[in-house]
Design a protein around this ligand. Sequence first.
Ligand SMILES: Cc1cc2nc3c(=O)[nH]c(=O)nc-3n(C[C@H](O)[C@H](O)[C@H](O)COP(=O)(O)OP(=O)(O)OC[C@H]3O[C@@H](n4cnc5c(N)ncnc54)[C@H](O)[C@@H]3O)c2cc1C
Length: 432
Amino acid sequence: MDNNHTTFPKVIIIGGGFGGIQLAKKLNKKEVDVLMLDRHNYHTFQPLLYQVATGGLEPDSIAFPLRKVFKSQKNLNFRVADVLEIKPDENKVITDIGDYSYDYLVIATGSETNFFGQTEIEHFSMPMKTVPEALNLRSLLLQNLEEALVEQDAVRKEALLTFVVVGGGPTGVETAGALAELRNHVLISDYPELDIKTLRIFLIEGSPRVLEPFSEQASAKAKEFLENMGVVVMEQTRVNGYDGKIITYDTDKTINTKAVIWSAGVKGAIIPGLEKAEIVRGGRIKTTTYNKIIGYNNVYAIGDLAYMETKDFPHGHPGVAQTAIQQGQQLGDNLIRIINNEQPKDFDYYDKGSMATVGRNKAVVDLKYWKFQGFFAWLTWMFVHLLFLVGFRNKAVTLMNWIINYFSYDRGTRVIIRKFNRELMKEEMIAK
Ligand SMILES: Cc1cc2nc3c(=O)[nH]c(=O)nc-3n(C[C@H](O)[C@H](O)[C@H](O)COP(=O)(O)OP(=O)(O)OC[C@H]3O[C@@H](n4cnc5c(N)ncnc54)[C@H](O)[C@@H]3O)c2cc1C
C-alpha cells in the first residue's frame, strides 16, 4: 500500500506512545512523509492506569485520540494497524490491514508485561499495561467483592477478599496504595454487610526494598506509608506460582487469593523480522547512541524498546516516559540531519528525577539534589502528571476528579461496565 503523496522520504513510525508522538511532532513541516501505525486509535497515559483500575478515573481521561493529536499536521497519515512483521530487506512492514513501504522506519512499540515464561501465572494473574487491562482489573476487583457477599465457604470468601500485588516498583506501590484507599474510605461504606477489615492487601517484592531504583529514604517512606494504610509489604520475597486460587511464594508459603495483579516486570514489545538485531536483557533492542538499530541502516528504535549504552548509562536508560520523550525528540532532529547527509547527534539523557504516590498527601520524590516525601511530594506528583497528560480535556477532567475525590474521599467510577470473564480470556489466549 502506498501511504505518501509526495516524493519526500517516507518515514513510518510504529507506535503512538510517548516516544512516537514526540518524534512525529518534530517532523511536522519537514520535507518527509510520515505514516504512524498503532493498534489503538488513542495514546495511553500509562502512569495513571492504576487509577482507572481502582475506580479513581474514567478510562477516557487517560486515553487521547491520536488523530486529534495530529489533526493539523499535514505531512502525517495515521492508520489503526497491528504491525505483524518487518521485512527490512524489502523496506516494508506487514500489518493486519496491508503492507506499507518506508525509507526510514522507527519502532516505538514500548514494552509488554513480562511473566518471565511462567505460563500459569500469566494465565491467572492480571496485567495492567493497557486501558482494556485496567478495566478488566476494575471489573474483577468489584466482581470479587460482590461474590464475597454471597459466598458461604470461608476459604473461598477469604480468597475473594484478598488482593495481591506482585512487584514493588512504582506501579505496584501506587496500585497497592490505591487499593488500600479504596478499602479504607469507599468499600467500607459500599459494603456494610462485609467485615471490610477482612479485605487484605499484600504487596510482594523480590528485591530487598520496594521502589528499588529510588533512594533508600524514598523506599523506606513508601513502605511506611503503605503499612500505615494497612498493606502487608513483603520484601525479598519470590513468587513461585499462582493457580487462580493460591499464590505460592518462597517455595512453599501460600496466600489464598482470587486477585493477583502482576506488575513485576516488562520486556520490549518486539516485532518479528529483525533477525540481525541484538536483543539484550529485558527484550530490548540494542541501538547506537543515536537510536539506529545496530545491524540496519534505516531502522531505528526509541523508548522502552531501545537499549542504548552511554557513558552515564552503561546499562541502558530507565524504561520511563522521559526516556521515550527525549529520544523521540532527538531522533526527530537526527532523521532530518541524516536525510540531509549531516552527522546525527548522540543522545544525552537529562534525568529529571523519579516520583511515586502512595495515596492522598503521601508521595515520594527523588530529584538530583533534593529528596522529599509527604504532602509537598504529593502535590508535585499531581502537577507533573497533569502537565504530561495529553490534551486539555483530559487534564481538566482528571483535575476535577482528583479534587472531588480529595474532598469526598470517593472514587466515583467503581462500575462493572462489562464483566471480566477469565474463561473467555483463556479461549482468546489459546486462539492467539
Ligand atoms: C502501569 C504503568 C505505570 C507507569 N508509570 C510511569 C510513571 O509514573 N512515570 C514514568 O515515567 N513512566 C511510567 N511508566 C512507563 C512509561 O509508561 C513508559 O516508559 C512509556 O510509555 C514508554 O513510551 P514508549 O513510547 O516507548 O511506548 P508506549 O508509550 O508504551 O507506546 C507504545 C505504542 O505502541 C503501540 N504498539 C505496540 N506494539 C504494536 C504493534 N505491533 N503494532 C502497532 N502498534 C503497536 C501501542 O499500542 C502503544 O500505543 C509506567 C508504565 C506502566 C505500564
